[in-house]
Design a protein around this ligand. Structure first.
Ligand code: ATP
Ligand code: MG
Length: 401
């Protein structure tokens, strides 16, 4: 089989070979090339040890020398070059006690998680497929390299990765692999929240976010999403969430919110914090859960009021969420007009500020906030009132009362 490697990847492989070492593109990039998908990154595996890699290339970064990884920089691009590796005993379902370098490509491929991720390629040797990766690609299935039970016991994150890859590729999970996965689902509890987060996000942002149902079906949810699993949601509720997920644009906060909507804002927040999401994502997803089913009226005043309450940034996202289960075209049209006319929907775009009220003679304090609030309500109802002159006069009248 002949695959088209990018010129810089070929250059790195040829340079290593010219220095007497073996080198191949490996893992995800080989899988994606065969499938005709654009690889995210290009990983290279080699018989050269990290110090040798560093000697051969001019610009390198010590990414993980202990694990054999050196990043080679070529122009603007960077490539991870990793020495053939054997992982030592796994002690705690997540970390090998040590890694050993190896002279054998086969050893390096054997430590990898799934057959479709365990193929190597270079132009000289062609495709190296020792574990039936090509066959599983053709059968469109995820299958562990070697004994599935052992592989999940070594590193429990692979349990979640199996579902993640099945969602990204639209693949099934091979029966032996699935059986082991169901049996060992609970051991995912040993894996850090950060690593779970990465895989969960990839699953949700994949072409098949609805495969998240497999987490519930296969007993992974009680560990990966306990806040949902413990809520004893009806099957129908989960299926509805899955159907909505499929229609949600692939953005992290949007899809997280649609997944977590059935458990409500508070529990959604707990789940996101436990999974160590960043504050911005937590805040956005929580607010989207809150407004998920808010009945947006088809009326410009009510829309401006709702947008003011949600926050201008959130309103278009709420529309995207609601679009997954109802027709929001009328609201979208009205929102478009509001934007196009530049109508005021936030206090900060009002033509008078607290300082203006102080200049008028109002005493700093609560009264100012209340007065601004009243003016803002007026402007939301009557956008044409958002002029300095009108609002200052209005404020003056209020001051005199
Ligand atoms: P992506 O498109 O998400 O980058 P990928 O296949 O490149 O997919 P990575 O997580 O980047 O996945 O890992 C690169 C390769 O390293 C995998 O293809 C696999 O061969 C190996 N690998 C990664 N994580 C594990 C793991 N937990 N256990 C065994 N092998 C792994
Ligand atoms: Mg990768």
């Amino acid at each position: 089989m002949r695959l088209q490697l990018p010129p810089k990847v070929t250059r790195i492989i040829h340079t290593l070979q010219a220095n007497g070492y073996e080198a191949y593109a490996v893992g995800g990039c080989v899988r994606d090339m065969i499938l005709g998908r654009a690889p995210d990154d290009w990983d290279i595996t080699t018989s050269a040890h990290p110090q040798q890699v560093k000697r051969i290339f001019l610009r390198t970064v010590d990414t993980g020398l202990a694990h054999g990884t050196v990043t080679v920089l070529l122009g603007e691009d960077s490539y991870e070059v990793t020495t053939y590796r054997i992982d030592g005993e796994y002690e705690d379902h997540r970390h090998p006690s040590h890694v050993e370098f190896s002279a054998e490509l086969a050893e390096d491929l054997r430590r990898r998680d799934f057959t479709i991720n365990a193929m190597a390629y270079n132009r000289e040797q062609g495709l190296v497929d020792l574990f039936g990766g090509m066959e599983d690609l053709q059968k469109r299935r995820i299958c562990c390299v070697g004994d599935a039970r052992e592989r999940f016991q070594e590193d429990a994150l692979r349990i979640l990765r199996a579902v993640r890859f099945s969602a990204q590729l639209g693949f099934s999970i091979e029966s032996g692999t699935e059986e082991a996965l169901r049996e060992l689902a609970g051991s995912l509890a040993c894996v850090s929240a950060e690593r779970i987060q990465v895989e969960l996000v990839k699953l949700l942002l994949s072409g098949h976010p609805e495969y998240v149902l497999r987490l519930f079906d296969m007993g992974i949810a009680p560990v990966a999403l306990p806040e949902m699993a413990e809520s004893a949601l009806e099957a129908e509720t989960l299926e509805k969430a899955a159907a909505r997920l499929k229609k949600t644009p692939p953005q992290k906060a949007l899809r997280l919110s649609v997944l977590l909507y059935p458990i409500g804002e508070k529990k959604a927040g707990q789940a996101l914090r436990r999974l160590r999401f960043d504050n911005h994502t937590i805040d956005t997803a929580r607010r989207l859960v809150r407004w998920h089913d808010y009945p947006l009226p088809e009326d410009p005043v009510a829309i401006r009021q709702a947008a003011a309450q949600m926050g201008e940034d959130l309103f278009p996202l709420v529309l995207q969420v609601q679009e997954t289960y109802r027709d929001v075209s009328a609201v979208r049209g009205l929102w478009g007009e509001i934007l196009q006319k530049g109508q005021c929907i936030s206090l900060k775009s009002m033509c008078v500020s607290g300082n203006d009220l102080i200049t008028l003679g109002m005493k700093p304090g609560r009264a100012i906030g209340e007065c601004l609030g009243e003016l803002f309500q007026d402007v939301l109802e009557n956008p044409e009132h958002n002029t300095r002159q009108y609002l200052l006069e209005c404020a003056k009248r209020k001051l005199e009362q």
